[in-house]
Design a protein around this ligand. Structure first.
Ligand code: ATP
Ligand code: MG
Length: 346
């Protein structure tokens, strides 16, 4: 099911939680909403679900304006971070619930509901546990039951709000992989909210990066990571450093010195140069950036060094081989190999 969010604004007591948000969700894709706390992710998800209604703008399901339809009419399935299962019901009853409460005309026969619920429990790898109660399961198992329950109604759209938020890193990784497999098998349109950028990059077909009630960028993980559309996205996704720089005579200048990096396709003027720690080369040249090691730490197979650059001691991070001899106060010269320049707003 294709979902189109068109110019949606959402206010709570005049406080705008979303400003003019537009997003086309392609049928069958897995899209992640990613952004800092308070950026509007849950609000957008609840609007798509029909748990909230827009102050202005519209939400389409296919060609149909669903803006004022109920959750049931939209036929969405959702799982929230601390989504409580029904404690007094067995796992099988929990998964069957959405079908059992359907009006008689659309309710499948009892045997069919049972067959379907057991099939879903098999899909979420919980076969054999159908007679247990929620408090007899682990956290990760409960999340999988919640997902099976959401899938039982054959939703047109599956909405997940940090469904793995409360779980430890290893369980999260397993459930993530497994969610991707289920998504691929069932072909649902899935919208997934996460704080965790690694999770978003690994799991989604496309990411929607939000900040302060606005969408900053929508794109594939590669687009967003390699071609961030704004300083916010550059800083939010992945590790990055920034330095004030000027474009002049076709190259970059920092602190009044040319740094030996061609400013290809950039108009002259001031702005900020952004680059990632692993996109930096050490050089032996005068025309380069230089700084003094202020600290370093081991990150996986590399050593991440913090350099203090310029008179005002701006901090820049670079990755060196873990056995690089640089220690505190060592002076290093470097050049960003890949970078993005964002001109100052005029
Ligand atoms: N029911 C409400 N009444 C008033 N303000 C609300 C309500 N729901 C959300 N907000 C406000 O709207 C903004 C966006 O909230 P939202 O829950 O969508 O953020 P979020 O991106 O999901 O954050 P988090 O990552 O912390 O879950 C916040 O400033 C929040 O305080
Ligand atoms: Mg939220």
């Amino acid at each position: 099911m294709q979902v189109s969010v068109k110019n949606v604004r959402k206010e709570f007591d005049r406080f705008p939680a979303l400003h003019d948000v537009s997003l086309d969700i392609v049928s069958g894709e897995l899209i992640a909403l990613l952004g800092p706390s308070g950026s509007g992710k849950t609000t957008l998800l609840r609007l798509i679900a029909g748990l909230e209604y827009p102050t202005s703008g519209a939400i389409y399901f296919g060609d149909e304006d669903a803006s004022h339809k109920s959750v049931q009419e939209r036929n969405v399935g959702f799982v929230f971070q601390h989504y409580a299962l029904f404690r007094h019901m067995t796992i099988l009853e929990n998964v069957s619930f959405g079908l059992k409460v359907r009006p008689r005309e659309t309710r499948p026969a009892a045997a069919e509901i049972r067959r379907k619920a057991l099939e879903l429990l098999d899909l979420v790898q919980l076969s054999g546990l159908e007679k247990r109660y929620p408090n007899q399961l682990s956290g990760g198992q409960r999340q999988r039951v919640a997902l099976a329950r959401a899938l039982a109604i054959e939703p047109r759209v599956l909405l997940l709000d940090e469904p793995f938020g409360a779980l430890d890193a290893q369980v999260r990784r397993e459930l993530r992989k497994w969610l991707r497999e289920i998504h691929d098998r069932t072909g649902h349109t899935t919208v997934f909210v996460t704080h965790d950028q690694e999770e978003a990059l690994e799991l989604s077909d496309r990411l929607c990066v939000m900040s302060q009630g606005r969408i900053e960028q929508v794109g594939t993980p590669d687009d967003v990571y390699d071609r961030p559309a704004s300083p916010f996205v550059f800083g939010f996704i992945g590790e990055s450093s920034e330095l004030p720089a000027t474009v002049e005579n076709g190259e970059f200048w920092v602190d009044g010195r040319a740094i030996g990096v061609a400013a290809t396709d950039q108009a002259p003027g001031k702005g900020k140069l952004y680059f990632r720690p692993h996109d930096v080369d050490l050089v032996e040249a005068d025309a380069a950036l230089a700084g003094v090691v202020a600290g370093h730490r081991r990150v996986g197979g590399t050593r991440r060094v913090e350099l203090s650059v310029g008179g005002d001691h701006r901090k820049v991070e670079l990755d060196l081989p873990f056995d690089h001899p640089a220690g505190e106060k060592t002076r290093l010269a470097f050049r960003p190999r890949r970078w993005r320049f964002f001109p100052e707003a005029v």
